[in-house]
Design a protein. Sequence first.
Length: 39
Amino acid sequence: MDHSKDNEANEQEADPDDRSEMTNRLSGVVHWLALPRQA
């Protein structure tokens, strides 16, 4: 049983800056996935 993930999630929720940074990073990943790529 690994609770480290839960602890990290709680810390991110407690810190607006971390949450904002994670949201921006997630948006970047989604944007990157949406881009057409040459395979």
